[in-house]
Design a protein around this ligand. Structure first.
Ligand SMILES: Nc1nc2c(c(=O)[nH]1)N[C@H]1C(S)=C(S)[C@@H](COP(=O)(O)O)O[C@H]1N2
Ligand SMILES: [Mo]
Length: 322
């Protein structure tokens, strides 16, 4: 079965991206049916990237089985309907306000419970493991969702490089703080910088990735360039954008949204249709781009990833640990 064949290419991918892929696939002489490890070698574009240190706008990535056959949210919607409070609290603002955001040079530090503090440049993060394309369903706690073809590498690869000590039980992710570049940080809505956290086993889970791109290209600034976390079974706010530090801790970190409203946003933030947000139900979601009058779809436990992640929560009361 190959459900991708039932979907018009224009439904799922901007034309240039689709065509460059089809072109490559033709040249390489492999069919779309070829499954897991089809090498998706996007042609290098002639345009020089302006705001990034990455090799080119297009990224070489290995195509994977993750999310194959899902109907993708359009590039337009993925890159113009964003939550990125550093660039404004309205979802239409980040695409405008992040236009000149400078993501080059960019380094990440690892600190806390590690053998020693270290710094790594974005180019070297890209060398830790081959980049993969992973199509993931994403659900925001606000009740909307998207399906996004991310490009990234397993977070576990960075963690191995970081050499955490035996005391490391949690991982904290810290986004950039730069009031000059990030106008939203002049408003004390969040105790800047934005932070998030995962339990060590969640961070090491194969589904958890550090994304550097989407739709086969370097991440647009509004989506968290040059490096952001993607955790598909959790609400979107877990996916910290424009990360500058990863800190290993013994105690559970208090994330930005927990500080703002602990009754509404818990540490776990697992997608769970049975646990209501105090102000609204979480049983359904609106898939962005599915049309103004289309009905909402049912939200699945762990956003549909229960088979891959459910085991990590056996014995955890998910109503209390929301
Ligand atoms: N630094 C930072 N990261 C962030 C946010 C933010 O405001 N600042 N918003 C979060 C929320 S609520 C969501 S839903 C996702 C949105 O990611 P997207 O715009 O790429 O879809 O980013 C998350 N990461
Ligand atoms: Mo969100």
């Amino acid at each position: 079965m190959n459900p991708e064949n039932d979907i018009a290419p224009s439904d799922i991918t901007p034309r240039e991206v689709f065509e460059s892929r089809r072109d490559f696939i033709k040249k390489a002489g492999v069919g779309l049916i070829a499954s897991t490890a089809l090498l998706l070698n996007c042609p290098i574009s002639a345009a020089t990237p302006k705001n990034t240190n990455l090799p080119s706008r297009k990224l070489k990535a290995i195509s994977t089985a993750y999310g194959r056959g899902e109907k993708l949210t359009s590039y337009e919607d993925v890159t113009s309907y964003n939550n990125f409070y550093e660039f404004g609290s309205d979802k239409s603002e980040p695409v405008i306000n992040a236009k000149l955001f400078k993501t080059q040079p960019w380094t990440l530090t690892v600190e806390g419970e590690v053998r020693k503090n270290k710094t790594i440049a974005i180019e070297d993060i890209l060398k830790l493991a081959p980049l993969e394309e992973r199509i993931y369903r994403m659900r925001c706690v606000e009740g909307w969702s998207m399906v996004i073809p991310w490009v990234g590498l397993p977070l576990s690869e960075l963690i191995k490089w970081a050499e955490p000590t035996g005391n490391a039980k949690y991982v904290e992710f810290i986004s950039l703080e730069d009031k000059q570049q990030m106008p939203g940080q002049n408003i004390p809505l969040i105790d800047w910088p934005y932070t998030e956290g995962l339990r060590m086993d969640e961070a090491m889970n194969p589904l958890t990735i550090l994304a550097v791109g989407l739709y086969g290209e370097v991440l647009p600034n509004q989506n968290g360039a040059p490096l952001r976390l993607v955790v598909p079974w959790k609400y979107g706010f877990k996916g910290a954008k424009s990360i500058v530090s990863v800190r290993f801790t013994e105690k559970q970190p208090v994330s930005s949204w927990m500080k703002i409203s602990p009754k509404e946003y818990g540490f776990y933030a697992n997608v769970n249709p049975n646990v209501e947000h105090p102000r609204w139900s979480q049983s359904t979601e609106r898939r962005i781009g599915s049309g103004l009058f289309s009905s909402r779809i049912k939200t699945q436990m762990f956003n549909g990833y229960a088979d891959q992640v459910g085991h990590m929560y056996s014995g955890v009361d998910l109503k209390r640990n929301f």
